[in-house]
Design a protein around this ligand. Structure first.
Ligand code: FAD
Length: 562
């Protein structure tokens, strides 16, 4: 059963978007009347959010510096590149390139947030000081002097400003600090999931260090777990890429046992502390491998009777419904209960670019936003039918998506929860929690200042486009009805097919067809390559008697004769 589901999942890795969408619309199974009721509910929630307290810092920031403004893109490039620049001279040049050439003054005062306005002032002044355009005469000479003398100051100020922005989204530098900073939200009824900031392990030393840090975090959080029910207690999220430097399909025979061992150790500690323990979802080319690790961990008898093990499923991938079926079948076979966090997916840009660069046959993610929204609702429907084995966790900041989940839940208010990121979606989830009483958990990053920029860039990429909910909610010019538009209706209007504006991987060049690539992280592609290579496999092997002939296939024999 599980193998059959896995086979179908693999066949859907790069699927025909229109065909998959038609199936997902069926799975969602909503009538026009139900869809209208969901959209109306979402409109009311958006109005309540807009009428209520101020928006979170992230919403304000994205409203001002989203990916649709030149300045927003410049800021993101700066934050992203600053991470990799080793020397002061190059940092100065980078700041000059990204800050000086933009007109920050147009953003001045247009946000309600004093922090966003302060950032705008800092950026504008920095831009004026280092602008080289006016380099003639005495004013130019003076400016040159100020610029030279000021470079270290400007550099420190810009780095500081970027870190301040990142710090808005991090609950604390250490778990203890985060736990104490989260006290107010806990009083308001929220529970927490902590994520240690830090990117993928590049070396075995990194992996060991991250593993140690996760262990320490689990010990610290365990002290705060006061209930026997895992769902009442805080939890921790881990990234498999932080626990092995070669977390890739080509290394699977070595990686799966090592990673499973490391994850199991952490999961056992989380079980002992009655915590939730969650595996974050990463890039699509790691999905298959991650399921092998998850299965190896869950099969261990030491985890029997524990319902705190969690997995994340990304609705923007056409494999999502099959992953849910597979997880359910695994939980049934092992007689376990697990948690599943449903997200849309944070790596959309990377997935599109990777498929184009590799020259794949298509994309491993949907190419139109409403397609992902519909997929999320279809997956939510499936999850609501799996609650005997799965505790669904709906992570979204989108009012329409939250309204759809509440509709699918019917009168149920227990047995599932919402999740939001720290620093985002606060106003919406305050409204959802107040009106529905459904539990909400905050996913809270914890980490040192040096790790903030990478996190900030991820959040900007994931939410920055002006079609995204977080970006639209702060823009009063966009009517609630537009924000809460029924994605099924949009698909009916424009058709479910792939986006016409995103170049297919084969069509990224004007003058020629892109060369076809082979994705060696895809099990079916690897199997096809292996099958093609098999007849030419070396016919000799080392044995006790030395090198001996074991088999010569016909093509090999022909090759040897010629
Ligand atoms: P919306 O604005 O409704 O949706 C934005 C999302 O739509 C984008 O992030 C993208 O997924 C999708 N999208 C955008 N453009 C297109 C397009 N052209 N075609 C198709 N789809 C498109 N993400 C992970 O990958 N792994 C995790 O482990 C993870 N954990 C999370 C935990 C929590 C608590 C939360 C709140 C989010 C988490 N995310 C994770 C991020 C999540 O995947 C979303 O990126 C984010 O929540 C935005 O979705 P939304 O419903 O809030 O907003």
């Amino acid at each position: 059963m599980m193998d059959a589901i896995r086979a179908r999942m693999r066949e859907s890795a790069i699927a025909d978007e229109a065909k998959v969408l038609n199936q997902l619309v069926d799975t969602a199974g909503l009538t026009l009347g139900e869809r209208e009721a969901i959209a109306d509910h979402a409109v009311r929630m958006i109005q309540a959010v807009r009428n209520g307290a101020s928006h979170g810092m992230m919403e304000e920031f994205l409203g001002e510096y989203g990916l649709s403004s030149k300045e927003g893109v410049a800021l993101m490039c700066l934050a992203e590149a600053l991470l990799r620049v080793p020397d002061a001279e190059t940092i100065d040049e980078l700041i000059q390139d990204k800050i000086a050439s933009h007109d920050w003054s147009t953003h001045l005062g247009s946000s309600d947030s004093s922090l966003v306005n302060a950032s705008t002032w800092a950026l504008m002044l920095t831009g004026r000081v280092i602008d080289e355009d006016d380099s003639s005469g005495i004013v130019g000479a003076l400016r040159g002097v100020v610029r030279r003398l000021g470079e270290p100051v400007v550099r420190v100020a810009v780095l500081r400003a970027m870190r301040e922005m990142g710090a808005q989204f991090v609950l604390g530098r250490t778990i203890d600090e985060a736990i104490s900073n989260g006290a107010d939200a806990r009083d308001d009824g929220y529970t927490f999931f902590y994520e240690r900031l830090g990117e993928a392990a590049r070396t075995e030393d990194d992996a060991q260090r991250y593993h140690g840090a996760y262990s320490q975090a689990i010990s610290a959080i365990s002290l705060r777990a006061t209930s026997d029910d895992t769902r009442e207690n805080p939890g921790i999220s881990v990234k498999l890429s932080a626990l092995h430097p070669r977390y890739e399909y080509g290394q699977r025979e070595d990686v799966v046992p090592v990673l499973a061992g490391r994850v199991l150790q952490l999961a056992c500690a989380a079980k002992d502390g009655a915590l939730g323990f969650n595996i974050d979802a990463e890039e699509q080319d790691r999905l298959d491998l991650s399921l092998d690790v998850i299965e190896a961990v869950l099969r261990d008898e030491r985890l029997a009777g524990w319902d705190g093990f969690g997995v994340v499923v990304q609705a923007y991938g056409p494999r999502a419904p099959f992953v849910l079926d597979w997880l359910y079948a695994l939980a049934e076979e092992l007689d376990r209960k697990i948690m599943v966090r449903l997200v849309k997916g944070a790596y959309w840009d990377t997935e599109i670019k990777r498929a184009q660069v590799l020259g794949l046959d298509g994309f491993p993610v949907f190419t139109r936003k409403p397609n992902t929204d519909v997929s999320y609702i279809a997956c939510a429907r499936k999850l609501m039918q799996m609650t005997d084995r799965i505790y669904p966790q709906f992570a979204t900041h989108n009012a329409h998506t939250a309204a759809a989940v509440l509709h699918l839940a019917g009168k149920r208010r227990e047995g599932f929860e919402f999740q939001r990121l720290h620093g985002m979606g606060e106003a919406l989830h305050d409204v959802v929690m107040a009106e529905s009483g459904v539990r909400c958990r905050i996913y809270a990053p914890v980490g040192a200042h040096r790790d903030l920029l990478a996190y900030l860039v991820r959040r900007l990429l994931e939410n920055g486009a002006n079609s995204f909910f977080v970006h639209q909610i702060v823009d009063d010019d966009v009517p609630p009805e537009t924000i809460a538009r029924d994605p099924f209706l949009t698909i009916e209007d424009q058709g479910p097919a792939a986006s016409p504006v995103i170049d297919r991987p084969s069509a990224i060049f004007d003058r020629r067809v892109n060369s076809k690539g082979w994705d060696i992280t895809d099990p079916l592609t690897v199997a096809a390559i292996e099958a093609g290579r098999a007849p030419f496999a070396a016919p000799y092997q080392w044995g006790k008697e030395g090198l001996s002939l074991i088999h010569i296939s016909e093509p090999t024999r022909q090759a040897e004769i010629s």
